[in-house]
Design a protein around this ligand. Structure first.
Ligand code: ACM
Length: 767
């Protein structure tokens, strides 16, 4: 109820508000991807509650409102947007400006946005957003801020028409709201193709009304989720057993998909669905076994151990199924590209399957590669019949490329080059530059989410057009895409950690001409971008700004070198376990340690800590150099420590269990033996199942000093280092024997079950 008293209070509040101090905050000029031409000028434009925006059409009105509505969230008001030409911020069409390109001019009096397409206006607004202060990104009400936009003149256009991000929602499901968040961050980076990897062995994610079991059965698997980033055990998961009820997964209804496609459209993003076949199809085959081959798997896959998962190209019902299912998918996605996978098809089932074998004979095919090509060409006809273009991974080149296909080159650039030479369109996404599920830093200092390494600087260095191709062939390279495979990405925080900042590097290769790209300039702009992410509460990786601690064993000491991927940072370090500050030792060249040492290092820029603190322990120990005379074993005591990477040459392999004898020059006091064993189950590398340490005073007669507890085999899956530490009562010995029994055979439901486990260990530290 309003009474006299409440009106007085209201007036008092208004009077108070009018004298509230307003603070002007002015944004940085740090736009990612870097615009083609950018001039920074003096002064700034102030966006406040009196600012007006003029647009020319209802379409512009919609996209302007989508943008300026963000002011309501952070300011409680928004600039008034109307059709006309008298505003402080003015949209004007210039038909000479190419599709997606724009000009943006900001001066203290006015902001002018010029474009020849709606997409161009949209991208101008994305740049304008990045010119606003980072607090604009917080999503919190900040009524006392007046938003200052620095004066600039920008002329900008994209280098490539296909600027993509692929999300695998099969290995781990991400829901509708999360997909919309993906579309938001894509739009802010001026990416325009969302490749949605909707199906794989581990889950089918799209409602198909004519084949309901695809989601009733295919969308669910056993819940063997990963929580610990350093014990990622995707490849070693147990398989589903009869009677077990799968509960992990999810799918999008057709209504969800329509909503997502519309949301993407508003952000000038086309959605490219992928239905992966004829391989990577275990979820499909588990749902409809009649389209599979002999020995097909009965259940949706739980992890990476996938064998009998292919569709059967020998059966006509497979094509009836594919036609009906794909048509339903194509009904949902208006974009004129349809991705059918075609990658990594394990063709061994086709060698045994009578229908597949009969088809090979009937069609006069040479081998299973030609059978895959036969399958893909028939699928292409289904897609072309809808006036759409089929895309496949570069394996679709094998056995003969379908006539109208676009090739997505992932196993390096070679497939893309070959396809372009044959006159086909290509999208470049080579795994060594574009797979953002790979580790993004030093093997021992990153969460263990990826298999190998893709550093930010490597991603940034990619030049989309391969060397040595003709201009005409180059014209067929449509663009670039970042791929997010989610085997080990089980939640949103991991997804954003792996995505940022590498997505920005790839977005810049897609948008900005290669001549303008500049690593140092990019990493400077990233620091502002990190503040924007901080404001949004988004997790990201600062690996490129964090010190690597590299080491080289040198007989009786270790040489330590520190570096960062980002240039011109100052590194400070400590050797006593304390946190480095700018008062700590400044790094200016490699240094020696000659006793066991804990190293911590941190990088600084302009007096501020950047990246994270890196820390590693190194042991300079009693057995150092004692196996120098043994070519096979000398790496075990050379003070070079194996990294969490199965290809690191410092690991010493034992195929039939390990036995290592270390001889000392004289009786030596010992009390502990420790080492790391590598666990890399996909390659059959498991730690020893138990370890004994024996000592001898004369080098002949040994007695047991200590042993480990038995290792619990049910936990020996994954990719990490297993520390072994065997302590015993101090004794003086002339020699030590370290004996480790290997797992033999590797048990059922473990990766490489049935085989003998390989042991890989490094640096046997004796204290
Ligand atoms: C792929 O990474 N299998 C396309």
């Amino acid at each position: 109820m309003i009474n006299k008293y409440s009106i007085i209070l209201l007036l008092a509040a208004l009077a108070n508000m009018s004298c509230v101090q307003k603070n002007i905050e002015i944004g940085e000029v740090a736009i990612i991807p870097q615009p083609e031409q950018l001039m920074v000028e003096i002064g700034y434009f102030e966006i406040n509650e009196n600012t007006t925006v003029s647009v020319e059409s209802r379409a512009q009105l919609a996209l302007a409102n989508l943008f300026f509505d963000q002011f309501t969230v952070v300011s409680g008001w928004k600039p008034k947007v109307d059709i006309g030409d008298k505003g402080d911020i003015v949209f004007s069409t210039d038909a000479t400006i190419v599709e997606e390109a724009y000009n943006l001019e900001v001066n203290p009096k006015k902001i002018s946005i010029m474009a020849g397409s709606e997409a161009g206006f949209f991208y101008a607004l994305q740049s304008l957003k990045q010119l606003l202060p980072v607090s604009f990104y917080s999503g919190k009400l900040q009524p006392n801020i007046v938003w200052g936009v620095p004066s600039v003149r920008i002329q900008d256009k994209p280098a490539f028409e296909w600027r993509g991000y692929m999300l695998d929602v099969s290995r781990h499901f991400f829901d509708k709201e999360q997909v919309m968040e993906v579309l938001d961050f894509m739009a802010e980076s001026k990416l325009n193709r969302f490749h949605w990897h909707l199906t794989d062995d581990q889950g089918w994610r799209v409602e198909i009304k004519s084949y309901p079991k695809l989601t009733e059965v295919g969308a669910w698997r056993m819940d063997y989720n990963i929580t610990d980033e350093n014990v990622s055990n995707w490849f070693g998961r147990p398989i589903q057993k009869p009677g077990e009820k799968p509960s992990y997964g999810g799918y999008y209804t057709q209504e969800d998909i329509k909503e997502i496609v519309a949301y993407a459209k508003e952000r000038f993003i086309e959605v490219v669905p992928e239905i992966d076949m004829p391989g990577h199809a275990q979820a499909m085959v588990a749902s409809y076994p009649e389209i599979g081959c002999v020995n097909s798997e009965k259940y949706v896959a739980t992890g990476g151990v996938v064998k009998n998962n292919t569709l059967n190209p020998g059966k006509e019902e497979t094509f009836v199924f594919a036609e009906k299912m794909l048509n339903e998918v194509m009904d949902l996605f208006p974009f004129n590209y349809m991705h059918i996978g075609g990658d990594e098809c394990n063709k061994s089932q086709w060698l045994k399957d009578p229908d597949a074998q009969r088809k090979i004979k009937e069609e006069g095919l040479k081998d299973v590669y030609e059978l895959q090509s036969y399958f893909i060409k028939r699928i292409e006809k289904i897609i072309n019949a809808r006036g759409k273009i089929m895309i496949g991974w570069d394996e679709i080149l094998e056995g003969g490329l379908a006539p109208n296909a676009t090739v997505m080159s992932w196993r390096g650039e070679e497939g893309g080059i070959e396809a372009a030479k044959m006159g086909h369109e290509v999208i470049m996404t080579p795994s060594n530059y574009c797979y953002i599920d790979l580790k993004q830093g030093h093997d021992d200092l990153e969460p263990n989410l990826g298999y190998s390494q893709l550093l930010l600087s490597t991603a940034y260095s990619y030049d989309v057009i391969p060397k040595d191709i003709s201009e005409e062939e180059a014209g067929l390279i449509k663009g670039i895409q970042a791929n997010m495979w989610t085997e080990s990405i089980s939640d949103w925080g991991k997804l954003t950690y792996m995505t940022f900042p590498r997505l920005y590097a790839i977005a810049e290769s897609g948008w900005t001409s290669p001549e303008i790209k500049d690593w140092d300039n990019f990493t400077n702009r990233l620091q502002t971008q990190f503040l924007r992410l901080d404001n949004q509460g988004v997790r990201y990786a600062v690996s490129a700004f964090s010190p690597w601690i590299d080491h080289t064993g040198q007989g009786d000491h270790i040489e330590i070198a520190l570096k960062t991927e980002v240039n011109d940072l100052e590194i400070f370090y400590t050797l006593d376990g304390s946190e480095p500050t700018m008062e700590s030792k400044s790094y200016n060249g490699s240094f020696k340690i000659n006793h066991s040492t804990s190293i911590k290092a941190r990088a600084f820029k302009d007096g501020e800590a950047v990246g994270y603190t890196s820390s590693m322990d190194f042991y300079v120990h009693k057995a150092a150099g004692k196996l120098d005379e043994s070519p096979d074993l000398k790496k075990l005591t050379d003070l070079n420590y194996g990294k969490l990477n199965k290809s690191d040459p410092n690991w010493v392999s034992f195929k039939n269990g390990m036995e290592v004898t270390i001889e000392f020059d004289s009786l030596t006091a010992v009390k502990e033996v420790k080492f790391d064993a590598l666990r890399f189950t996909i390659a059959g590398i498991y730690p020893p199942k138990n370890v004994e340490v024996h000592g001898s005073e004369n080098g002949k007669d040994y007695y047991k000093l200590g042993e480990t507890d038995k290792i619990d085999i049910s936990h020996v899956q994954g990719r990490n280092k297993i520390p072994f530490q065997i302590g015993f009562n101090p004794v003086k010995v002339k020699s030590l024997k370290i004996i480790g029994k290997h797992i033999n055979p590797i048990p059922q439901e473990h990766h490489m079950s049935g085989a003998n486990a390989t042991i890989k260990v490094d640096e046997i530290v004796v204290e």
